[in-house]
Design a binder for this molecule. Structure first.
Ligand code: FES
Length: 110
């Protein structure tokens, strides 16, 4: 299901917090490419709005340093696994496809 954001532009290097269907998401523009993913880190719920972007497709959580691939959602660096599984059942970040619909930024929800 495609859901539109009401946004028609996210500038390069900018991060926008949005909420769709009760899900908190982030949209970022990395080198001209829009990416959308869950705002909360699967490890312990860190706010990825404060994360550091690495290269063109990774984000590092500011709390404990987990790194996620923003194309697949896979955790690509896990510094340690203290108590993992208590907050989420998966280590993967939810990622969503971004589509342009008549000039508006829309998200393909799962
Ligand atoms: S909450 Fe993000 S790495 Fe721990």
């Amino acid at each position: 299901m495609i859901r539109c954001t009401g946004l028609n532009n996210v500038k390069e290097g900018e991060t926008k917090k949005i909420e769709i269907d009760g899900k908190d998401l982030l949209i970022v523009n990395i080198r001209g490419e829009l990416k959308c993913f869950s705002r909360w880190c699967p490890h312990k719920g860190g706010d990825l709005a404060y994360g550091d972007f690495i290269g063109g497709n990774q984000i590092k959580c500011h709390l404990h340093g987990y790194i996620y691939n923003l194309d697949t959602g896979n955790a690509v660096y896990i510094p340690y696994r203290d108590g993992y599984g208590k907050w989420k059942d998966t280590l993967n970040l939810e990622v969503y496809r971004v589509v342009n619909k008549d000039g508006e930024i829309c998200i393909e929800m799962k």
